[in-house]
Ligand binder design. Structure first.
Ligand SMILES: *[C@@H]1O[C@H](CO)[C@@H](O)[C@H](O)[C@H]1NC(C)=O
Ligand SMILES: *[C@@H]1O[C@H](CO)[C@@H](O)[C@H](O)[C@H]1NC(C)=O
Ligand SMILES: *[C@@H]1O[C@H](CO)[C@@H](O)[C@H](O)[C@H]1NC(C)=O
Ligand SMILES: *[C@@H]1O[C@H](CO)[C@@H](O)[C@H](O)[C@H]1NC(C)=O
Ligand SMILES: *[C@@H]1O[C@H](CO)[C@@H](O)[C@H](O)[C@H]1NC(C)=O
Length: 387
């Protein structure tokens, strides 16, 4: 076929030109090339980050799938089994990708298969919509890495699980907000459901689903839309740097930091597909990250009274200093890749990795309960770039 004919055929076939890149969630093939090279050369701090993955890639882990997962209500509240299994599947899939050792690929696949063949519903209080948001993208990320493992046949079943159990809840929450006013739920609820919808769209090559998430993020009515999640900005005295107040700043810092763990992962998953959410509205996510980092590092930040169902006249110091494995991703993108001033994010990154471990950990390393599993982590290995 003449090249010109092929080119015009491709141009006429949107389903071909719109194909997704795989792997293309939190990490791409190019990322893994860098990661593998750092591990093989045992370069610090990436190699330290690798040791943290190794400690989570436990072959003896037995999956504990349930046909119904309950969060917030119902008996038994078994959602911890889902997040622990998702975190272990992710570590095992990274181990397989970096070493090529089939034993680990098979172990990761066994966890995903256990859930895809068992789980049919997520119930509970309103918190069921936290489960549909926070754990779906985690399973998807393990599956997205593992899809290249020829010994794993479970990709279609994992996609079916995400599309039939998680996606309908993601969509329902973003449209109906559990029957509440659109601004009732805090930003992290929307953001988590956006993250799983976006990940499922990419994993299953469904552009409609992916676009649904991105369109909501840009122009949606709820608090997870970008300019609602970070709704007012300030010029930092001295530097002139933009600082952005997050929607949950007056609530507590555990949730304020969670929003940026979710925002970073959302932007990273689109970045893998060549779409720049990081840069939207003059890098608004960076402005918000710098604000939340600065305050949680113990410095003062400007604050404007937040009003919706509640009125919050001051920034909340509850759980100030909250630690999550999230700053490597944010600093790598804004500071290392784009050369922007992300000094507060960098300072927070350095604080987190100076806990004696030398690198960001993953699920459970920053708390044994759900908060410790809200984000996938391992950012030193996966996201750190040469200075
Ligand atoms: C793969 O990992 C298993 C379990 O750790 C180990 O016994 C085996 O030697 C490894 N295979 C290769 C080829 O390194
Ligand atoms: C893609 O996702 C949409 C929901 O956003 C769904 O209606 C549609 O059936 C999906 N397409 C395919 C090919 O699965
Ligand atoms: C964010 O950016 C979009 C697209 O450039 C623009 O339409 C919108 O007005 C901006 N919103 C804010 C609050 O700056
Ligand atoms: C935390 O905030 C409360 C309410 O604004 C305030 O009364 C308290 O002094 C603050 N505590 C610290 C340690 O800053
Ligand atoms: C980056 O911003 C900080 C304040 O947020 C400032 O102290 C520092 O000088 C800035 N760095 C550069 C290179 O401009």
């Amino acid at each position: 076929m003449l090249l010109s004919t092929l080119v015009s055929l491709l141009a006429l076939t949107p389903s071909i030109s719109a194909a997704f890149i795989h792997p293309g969630l939190l990490s791409t093939e190019a990322d893994f090339t860098r990661i593998i090279s750092k591990v093989n050369s045992k370069t610090t701090p990436w190699y330290t980050g690798w040791q943290r993955v190794v400690s989570h890639a436990t072959l003896t882990h037995s999956p504990r799938p349930h046909s119904t997962v309950y969060r917030g209500n119902g008996s038994p509240q078994n959602y911890a089994d889902l997040y622990r299994d998702a975190a272990t599947a992710y570590a095992l899939s990274i181990y397989w990708k970096v070493t090529g050792n089939a034993t680990y690929g098979t172990a990761a696949g066994n966890i995903l298969d256990a859930w895809s063949s068992t789980l049919t519903a997520i119930y509970g209080s309103s918190d069921r919509f936290l489960a549909s948001g926070i754990y779906g993208y985690q399973l998807a990320n393990a599956a997205e890495i593992l899809r290249a493992y020829s010994g794993w046949k479970g990709l279609d079943a994992t996609i079916a699980l995400l599309r039939n159990v998680f996606y309908p809840m993601n969509h329902d929450f973003l449209v109906n907000h559990n029957g509440a006013k659109v601004n009732h739920y805090w930003a992290n609820w929307d953001l988590a459901n956006l993250l799983t919808m976006q990940a499922t769209g990419i994993l299953s090559d469904n552009r409609t689903m992916y676009d649904e998430a991105i369109t909501y993020f840009k122009t949606g009515a709820g608090n997870g839309a970008l300019t609602k999640a970070i709704w007012i900005t300030y010029s930092e005295a001295g530097s002139g740097k933009k600082l952005g107040q997050g929607q949950e700043a007056g609530r507590d810092q555990g949730h304020s930091t969670l929003d940026f763990a979710l925002l970073g992962q959302l932007a990273q998953q689109s970045w893998s597909q060549g779409d720049d959410l990081f840069g939207l509205n003059d890098s608004l996510i960076l402005a918000g990250a710098e604000y939340v980092a600065k305050y949680n590092l113990g410095h003062d930040v400007p604050y404007t009274t937040y009003k919706s169902d509640v009125t919050q006249p001051v920034i909340s110091n509850a759980s100030r200093g909250s630690v999550r494995p999230m700053w490597e991703l944010l600093y790598a993108h804004y500071g290392s890749l784009k050369g922007l001033n992300a000094s507060w994010s960098k300072a927070y990154r350095d604080l987190v990795v100076s806990d004696g471990s030398g690198a960001e950990g993953g699920g459970g390393d920053y708390g044994p309960n759900s908060g410790g599993y809200d984000q996938l982590g391992f950012g030193t290995l996966l996201f750190r770039l040469d200075a």
